[in-house]
Design a protein around this ligand. Structure first.
Ligand SMILES: Nc1ncnc2c1ncn2[C@@H]1O[C@H](COP(=O)(O)OP(=O)(O)OP(=O)(O)O)[C@@H](O)[C@H]1O
Length: 324
């Protein structure tokens, strides 16, 4: 088990993480999410031992992970960290980059494991290509295979698909996370893309203003977001009083409503004036206003600017948000 115990960290006296506590079981996949600059990379670097923490401790099982003051070469043998800049050898081939460490550690498995990883990252036809001749996304895929070649017990991934095009991203996510589960590798992924997390993570931690503000399964977080910050990590969302959509309700309690949960009606509901329509593929995302507040909702057609429409929400959504 990985244990982060009361860790606080500052860069030049500017606090970035404050009293972070986290336990990750062996084989578990935990995503760390939050807005840019909230400290996701910093937390991964602390766990890897790249940064010195004055307050708090990190353990993998019984072993305390010590920072750079104690370890000249960061990182323990059982842990790998894939940073946002990939640490590859530009003048050697894809195959050599993946198999480099195996030639010393496990020469008898070198071909089998390298071929397996090439297949996982869908780069078998590029085995002989030099790294310098690959695109950024292809290099990121090789960097992933390279850290996995050494069979880590725990893997730290910092925005692992940031350079990869959508065409490949989905299959790579499925291949990678299935591979990690199959090998019982513990994984922590820092991301701001909910598609990296919703279908794959066992648990999610949300960072905001130096703190963990939520720890839950992806499904619970999505269905019961406790504030707009959390909901906005999944897409456009609104926070509105219940009684303005259900006039019979005698509560002004506010609930989170995602854009896709509103239904447009001609007559009754939340009255908004349309400001603009954005084509999103299968639908339009419409921005309207209600008493000066922007309201985001989806609709199957564009709506002309200035038109007044009414928005409804299914009672099931209200009950879900109220945790009934
Ligand atoms: N070496 C550094 N020295 C000083 N401040 C830093 C350093 N590295 C990061 N920071 C600051 O610490 C905060 C957290 O940075 P961090 O990279 O951990 O955030 P993040 O959540 O990973 O962001 P992103 O999603 O944009 O990668 C930011 O305000 C950043 O500017």
């Amino acid at each position: 088990m990985l244990q982060v115990d009361h860790v606080s960290f500052s860069y030049d006296e500017v606090p970035v993480l404050n009293d972070i506590n986290l336990k990750v079981a062996k084989g578990e996949h935990v995503s760390i999410i939050g807005e840019s600059g909230c400290g996701k990379s910093t937390l991964l670097k602390i766990i890897y031992g790249l940064l010195h923490v004055e307050e708090g401790k990190v353990y993998w099982g019984e072993n305390q992970i010590l920072g750079p003051l104690y370890n000249l070469v960061p990182g323990e043998a059982y842990m790998k960290y894939l940073a946002q800049d990939f640490d590859l050898m530009p003048f050697t081939s894809v195959y050599e980059n993946i198999s480099e460490h195996l030639s010393v550690l496990e020469p008898e498995f070198l071909k089998e494991r390298t071929d397996e990883l090439l297949e996982m990252i869908e780069m078998t036809p590029f085995a002989k290509t030099k790294i310098k001749n690959l695109s950024g996304g292809q290099q990121q895929r090789v960097a992933l295979a390279r850290v996995l070649a050494q069979k880590p017990e725990i893997l730290l991934l910092d925005e692992p698909f940031s350079h990869i095009d959508n065409f490949r991203k989905n299959s790579l996510r499925r291949n990678l996370f299935a591979y990690l589960k199959n090998k019982d590798i513990t994984v922590l992924t820092a991301t701001h893309d909910h598609n990296d997390m919703l279908p794959f993570a066992d648990r999610v931690i949300v960072l905001k203003d130096t703190k963990i503000i939520a720890k839950d399964t992806p499904k619970n977080l999505f269905e019961h977001p406790k504030d707009l910050y959390i909901a906005s990590l999944f897409g456009e969302a609104n926070r509105i009083p219940i009684n303005i959509v259900k006039t019979y309700a005698d509560t002004k309690r506010r609930i989170i409503v995602y854009a896709h949960e509103f239904k447009v009606s001609e007559k009754s509901g939340l009255e908004v004036v349309v400001k603009g329509s954005y084509y999103m593929g299968g639908h339009y995302m419409i921005v309207g206003t209600y008493e000066g507040q922007n309201i985001y909702f989806n609709h199957d057609q564009t709506i002309e600017v200035g038109k007044t429409v009414f928005l409804n929400i299914a009672i099931e959504v209200i009950n879900q948000r109220l945790n009934i």
